[in-house]
Design a protein around this ligand. Structure first.
Ligand code: A3P
Length: 291
């Protein structure tokens, strides 16, 4: 295995506890002024779209299926959130390829990404499932307000007033510059769910990090929902109760597609479809969700 391809993880990474708090003005400025390196890979998602899953996938791909890092270093430390205050600390010492995560909208990062050859991986998920997952996450994440009823929460989702704003703007913004951009890779949670191995292969091709069959098999194994649910380095059980209260729900909750059907009423689904149609009218992307 090439040493170059390996993820650069320093000791200090593991010492930092996950910040439950939302970003500050200062950390936001750090993000917008960030100097990307051509060897960086940026994972971009709207919350609850498969962020942790992609963090795990990239960790294993860069480590050629060797699970050591993915089992000993928490995800937030091996793929820090650019907008979180601890990011400079984590990235300070690293020299090699870095995985960085963000939920920020495109317009905030566009200036620093332009002119850089950093790779961007954008993951989307059926927004109905995102809304349901985000709703449950609000119940257990103590740094977020209590969600209230699902009806109330869903309206906030559709109005774009939740943390990180409008899902529609997020997706439209990031995918608007995908065309002819060889450093941009678009994938859905559903792609990964339906064909994890094929998705991992496509990602590894994009990253120019080809794996041997056994390395790919190992990557796939450690990215399965059942494996990640048990892995304390990705299931957030190491986090203090003040930040995430696992007695109120699990971070690795269901890991399914189409779970929205257990929450949405017919009326809510119809209304959602109408908002989706009008919001996404201007988007080149065609979403197909058969579930
Ligand atoms: P659910 O709440 O629907 O179960 P994020 O990491 O962006 O916050 O997204 C969290 C969602 O991704 C949760 O969805 C979680 O269960 C799901 N997830 C995490 N790892 C997964 C995996 N290996 N396979 C399927 N879903 C996964």
């Amino acid at each position: 295995a090439s040493a170059m391809a390996r993820l650069d993880v320093t000791e200090t990474f593991c010492q930092i506890t996950f910040p439950g708090h939302l970003h500050t003005q200062e950390s936001l400025r750090y993000a917008t002024d960030f100097q990307f390196r051509d060897t960086d890979t940026l994972i971009v998602t709207y919350p609850k779209s498969g962020t942790t899953w992609m963090q795990q996938a990239l960790t294993l791909l860069f480590n050629r299926g060797d699970a050591t890092v993915s089992q000993t270093v928490p995800n937030w430390a091996r793929a820090p959130w650019l907008e979180q205050y601890y990011c400079p600390e984590v990235l300070k010492a690293s020299q090699g390829p870095r995985i960085i995560t963000t939920h920020l909208p495109y317009h905030l990062l566009a200036p620093s990404l332009q002119g850089s050859r950093a790779k961007v991986i954008y993951v989307t998920r059926n927004p109905k499932d995102v809304a349901v997952s985000y709703y449950h996450f609000h119940k257990m994440a103590n740094f977020l307000p209590q969600p209230g009823s699902f009806e109330v929460f869903l309206n906030k989702f559709l109005d774009g007033t939740l943390n990180y704003g409008s899902w529609f703007d997020h997706v439209k913004g990031w995918t608007s510059q995908a065309k002819d951009n060889r450093n941009f890779f678009y994938i859905t949670y559903e792609d990964m769910w339906q064909d994890l191995k094929g998705s991992l292969e496509r990602i590894s091709t994009f990253l120019q990090c080809p794996l041997e069959a056994e390395e790919l098999n190992s990557t796939q194994r450690h990215c399965s929902f059942s494996s990640m649910k048990e892995n304390a380095m990705v299931n957030y059980t190491q986090i203090s109760e003040e930040i995430m209260d696992h007695s109120k729900g699990q971070f690795m909750r269901k890991g399914k597609i189409g779970d929205w059907k257990t929450m949405f009423t017919e009326e809510q689904s119809r209304h959602f479809d109408q908002v989706f149609e009008s919001e996404m009218e201007s988007s080149q992307l065609r979403f197909v969700w058969a579930y």
